[in-house]
Design a protein around this ligand. Structure first.
Ligand code: SF4
Length: 354
């Protein structure tokens, strides 16, 4: 077996690591010891696992490998830090650390590219390349800690980067087990949110995992408009999405977030605000309005400030909780919908993995 064919231990959760250790004739508790080295301490060298005997370390190193993405390029401004990760197969993905009102949020990617082609999203222009592995998802969290400044700590995680997490649900859910494990990355479930366009058949399965926050990327309140700007709507139209949201198991005091990207002259009129209000009627929700962040050759423009304010007021008048998210990271192309794994040295999308 070549090194590349050996299992990557960072793809395994603690139970799988225990089973792997047993398959090598090791005690099962070794699995948890290794998990702590890999996920909590960020070690990538068997020799540093000093509570494991030399013989066992050699056995492990001959039967497995250790890999997670490596930071290739970091672009920072005062409010965001975009990290471009090099993956094992030469592809790239991005994650973004966002500093806002005392919180430090890491926005994670779940796929290289995306098949869904939402027209306001730069990742959508790349097409789908592949799903990220567990090591590549969890590795973004471990690696991003290197860019946390002194006195700061990572407070929140959002699956809102490149890709549709529910089309990589198994790896995302396995990663969540590791991320929320109190011995490992120990991120509180209530501090994690997953954003989806609403892959309806996957939602009940996600609901069986840890009770994290759910964000629905909606951006259009009618099927006709959503079909146009988010083609996935043709497969899972709004009525089906609403049924799935109505049975989503919300812990007490929590609400589903409805994310609505405002596109100038497309979905930002009072008529759409009224239709959005009708769509969410009866659901426990709050609304995040995200003024569009243009990227090169984008087919839409940013809405005017006055229009955003009128849209917000129209929703508030209908008794909704509304937050306008003027995106962070626009200066480093790290704002919502702008990620395309583009290297500074290159132009366009050539570095998006091909
Ligand atoms: S918004 Fe999300 S689902 Fe839509 S194309 Fe972008 S990454 Fe894919």
């Amino acid at each position: 077996m070549t090194v590349a064919e050996r299992p990557n231990l960072l793809d395994l959760n603690p139970a799988e690591l225990s089973a792997f250790c047993q398959s090598l004739g090791e005690k099962s508790y070794r699995g948890r010891q290794i998990a702590v080295w890999l996920f909590r301490r960020g070690v990538l060298d068997y020799e540093e696992m000093t509570d494991i005997s030399k013989t066992s370390r050699r056995k492990l190193s001959e039967a497995s490998r250790l890999y997670r993405p490596q930071a290739l390029e970091v672009t920072e401004d005062e409010e965001a830090c975009k990290i471009l990760w090099a993956l094992e197969d030469g592809r790239h993905v991005e994650s973004v650390l966002i500093r806002e009102r005392g919180h430090l949020t890491l926005c994670l990617s779940s796929q290289v590219g995306c098949a869904l082609g939402c027209r306001f999203c730069r990742t959508g222009t790349m097409g789908f390349i592949r799903n990220l592995t567990v090591a590549e998802i969890v590795g973004q969290v471990i690696g991003a800690k290197d860019f946390v400044r002194e006195g700061e700590s990572l407070t929140n995680l959002v699956f809102m980067g490149m890709g549709e997490p529910l089309l990589n649900r198994e790896n995302v859910m396995k990663s969540l087990d590791i991320i929320t494990d109190s011995d490992l990355l120990a991120v509180a479930r209530k501090r994690i949110s997953l954003s989806t366009v609403g892959i309806v058949p996957e939602m009940p399965r996600l609901a069986q995992g840890p009770d994290i926050g759910l964000t629905i990327s909606l951006s259009a309140p009618s099927d006709a408009l959503r079909d146009e700007i988010m083609p996935v709507n043709k497969k899972y139209p709004l009525a089906e999405l609403k049924k799935a949201l109505a049975v989503w198991p919300l812990p007490r005091g929590r609400r589903i977030t409805i994310a609505y990207v405002l596109l100038k002259g497309v979905n930002d009129s009072p008529k759409e605000a009224a239709a959005l209000s009708r769509f969410v009627a009866g659901l426990k929700i709050k609304i995040n309005l995200i003024p569009f962040n243009p990227w090169p050759d984008a087919p839409f423009e940013a809405p005017l400030r006055d229009t955003v304010e009128r849209f917000r007021e129209a929703l508030v008048a209908r008794h909704h909780t509304v937050i306008v998210r003027w995106s962070k990271g626009g200066k480093v192309s790290a704002a919502c919908g702008q990620l395309a794994a583009t290297r500074k040295k290159e132009h366009g999308l050539a570095a998006a993995g091909d």
